[in-house]
Each structure stands twice: as C-alpha cells, then as structure tokens.
Design a protein around this ligand. Structure first.
Ligand code: SAM
Ligand code: SF4
Length: 331
C-alpha cells in the first residue's frame, strides 16, 4: 500500500458550468447553503490540526469550481504557510482564471490542472452546458490557460474526458497541444458518477484505444511529469509536453491509492468509488470537540481504507450507489 498523504479538497459544490458528465441536467442538484460550507478558517484549522498531524502533506483544491470561492486566495496563502505542505495544486475550469492567475501565483500556487474537453467552441458549449455564452466561453477558458502559462504555472496540465460521439474525433488535436508547448494533456476515462443517462447512452473509451490512435500517428515514448496521481505518462517523440492517461475504468489501481477527499461541507471520504466510511468533520469541529479526537477518527479511517478501496469493484456495482455527483464529491 502507498502511504495516504494526499487530500483533495472541494472548496465549493457549485459551478458556473454544467458539464454533461458531471452535473447533467437530468440530475436534481441540491446545493449546499452558505452556512453548511466550511469557512476558510475552519478548513485551515482542519488542515493544521487534523490532516497534517495525520500525515497529509499534499493537497489539491477542487470543486465544483474552486475559483467561485471569494476567499480562494486566503485559502491558498493559508495552505502554503504550513511548512509541512510539500505540494499544493488546483483543478479549475479556467473560466475565471485569466483575471486570477497572477494573484493565485503570488499567493503561492504553482501547479494547476485545467479541464478542456474540446478545441471546438461549439462542442465545448455542448459539453459544458447548453445555455450561456457559446463561443465566448471557450475563448475565455483558452485565455485563462494562456495566462496561467504566461504567469509561470508549471506543470500546467489539461484534463480531457473523451465521450464517444461527442469529442472522440479530437483526440489527435488535443494531443497535438503538447508538441510545441510545455503543456501536459491528461486523458481521464469517463466514469459513471451521477450521470447514468449519458453514460448508459454513450459508454466510455479505454485509454489504450486513445494511446493506440496517438501512437499510430506520431509514435509514443514514456515520459515524466510532476504529479501525485495514477496517470501513465507518455510523450510524443520531440514534444515539449507530455500525455497522461488516467484509466480508472479499465485498470484497477485501488491498491496504489494515496488519497482521500474532503467535501465542501466537511465530509471526509476515503474512496471516490463508494461511500463507505464517510466521516463528518464539520459538526464536531463546530461543536468544539477537541481536534485531537478528530485526529484519532481520521487515523481509524486511514486504517480501514485498504478494505474500503476495493468494495464496489469487488461487488461489480461501481457507481451504482452514488448519491453525490463528481462536482459534489470534489473530483
Ligand atoms: N470545476 C473544476 C474542473 O472542471 O476542472 C474542478 C472540479 S471537476 C469535478 C474535476 C475533474 O473531474 C475535471 O477535470 C472533470 O473533467 C473531471 N470529471 C468530472 N466528472 C467526471 C466523470 N464522470 N468522469 C471522469 N472525469 C470527470
Ligand atoms: Fe463544473 Fe468542473 Fe463539473 Fe464541469 S467538471 S460541471 S466545470 S465542476
């Protein structure tokens, strides 16, 4: 087993996009009230008094859309101020990034992942939600990516979810982004989380098929990039950036899992793929239960994690019991 030292923190369950695979229209979403969301000081107290003493040293801010949090800079500054924090990264849809990239960098953030599922503005609009801004939305995201690159975020990774019949014809175009830029494109297999209709209708494409397509066109060699995840990393010969493949559907890497997830309302979740063992940290924190007791509960959960990891895979019910979407869990 890998040591579990990586925490993905959902700062907010809301989002300015409605990606079909993450917050589908068919899913009745009930958002958290403001008072239910951990405040910046509660979150930083949990990190400093519970997670760092429990061995967590690497953190990612995600959501929902983390840049919708008005206090996101304060949270970044607070996190990087802990000397034990070895790594801090963020996953964002970049819609608000062009104006915030410089300030985030100055606050101490150095690593960023940006979701970009299409290079075609119309397709991007179909994937990320039907209503607002069309072409302008893709351009604003693209401007955010460029700005983050100019400001110096490194590595800068682009997360791509390929959905059959929607953006699968763009695999080579998206991979080509790595040729002349130090950008790292990561193909994430589409997962059945809170999106039964779309998933049932479309299915998913194994990473190996995407790799074969790219390899047939350019060739592929193994590559390297800084990260905390389970990506298999490759490189097109001569390219500046790399290609990562995250194959949680076609491969089981539960035995290598190094992470837990904290939801915006303070639930600690040991496994993405099932809801066993979730621990409410917000209620006891607000009731002023000593954080040493919370540490003990987290330690107990860390010990249980290896059993929890395989649960849904073994029963063949992966995704069946989800009551939360990816945006609510903190993907
Ligand atoms: N809003 C931010 C964003 O989109 O980058 C951060 C949160 S989002 C939930 C984090 C990542 O989860 C995104 O890269 C997104 O593509 C991925 N994701 C969401 N739903 C998914 C699904 N059903 N299967 C695979 N990846 C998914
Ligand atoms: Fe929002 Fe990110 Fe989910 Fe898309 S993937 S709906 S941008 S949280």
């Amino acid at each position: 087993m890998n040591p579990v030292d990586y925490l993905r923190i959902s700062l907010i369950d809301r989002c300015n996009f409605r990606c079909q695979y993450c917050m589908p229209d068919s899913q009745a979403l009930k958002f958290l009230g403001l008072s239910e969301v951990l405040t910046a000081s509660e979150l930083l107290a949990l990190i400093g008094e519970v997670f760092i003493p429990s061995g967590f040293t690497r953190f990612r801010l995600t959501g929902g859309e983390p840049l919708l949090r008005p206090d996101v800079l304060q949270i970044v500054e607070g996190l990087v101020a802990f000397p034990q924090v070895k790594d801090l990264a963020m996953t964002t849809n970049a819609f608000l990034l062009a104006n915030m990239a410089q300030a985030l960098y100055e606050a101490g953030l150095r690593r960023i992942n940006i979701s970009l599922d299409s290079l075609v503005p119309e397709t991007f609009t179909i994937i990320t939600g039907r209503d607002v801004q069309g072409r302008q939305r893709w351009q604003q995201v693209w401007a955010g990516i460029q700005k983050a690159y100019d400001v110096g975020f490194n590595p800068l990774k682009l997360n791509v979810v390929i959905i059959p019949g929607i953006n699968d014809h763009e695999v080579l175009d998206l991979a080509a982004l790595t040729l002349d830029r130090h950008w790292h494109v990561r193909f994430i297999e589409f997962m059945p989380i809170g999106n039964a209709d779309l998933f049932g209708d479309r299915g998913w494409i194994p990473s190996q098929d995407l790799r074969d397509q790219i390899c047939d066109h350019w060739g592929l060699q193994s590559g390297q990039v800084q990260g905390n995840g389970p990506a298999d990393v490759f490189q097109i010969p001569g390219a500046k950036g790399t290609l990562g493949f995250i194959s949680q559907m076609s491969e089981c890497f539960c035995d290598r899992c190094n992470r837990m997830r904290l939801s915006a309302d303070g639930w600690l979740r040991p496994c993405l793929l099932n809801e066993t063992g979730q621990l409410d940290l917000k209620t006891p924190l607000r009731a002023r239960v000593p954080t040493s007791l919370l540490c003990e509960q987290v330690q107990d959960l860390l010990e249980l994690k290896p059993e929890i990891n395989y649960k849904d895979r073994q029963s063949g019910t992966m995704g069946a019991s989800y009551t939360r979407t990816m945006s609510q869990i903190g993907g």
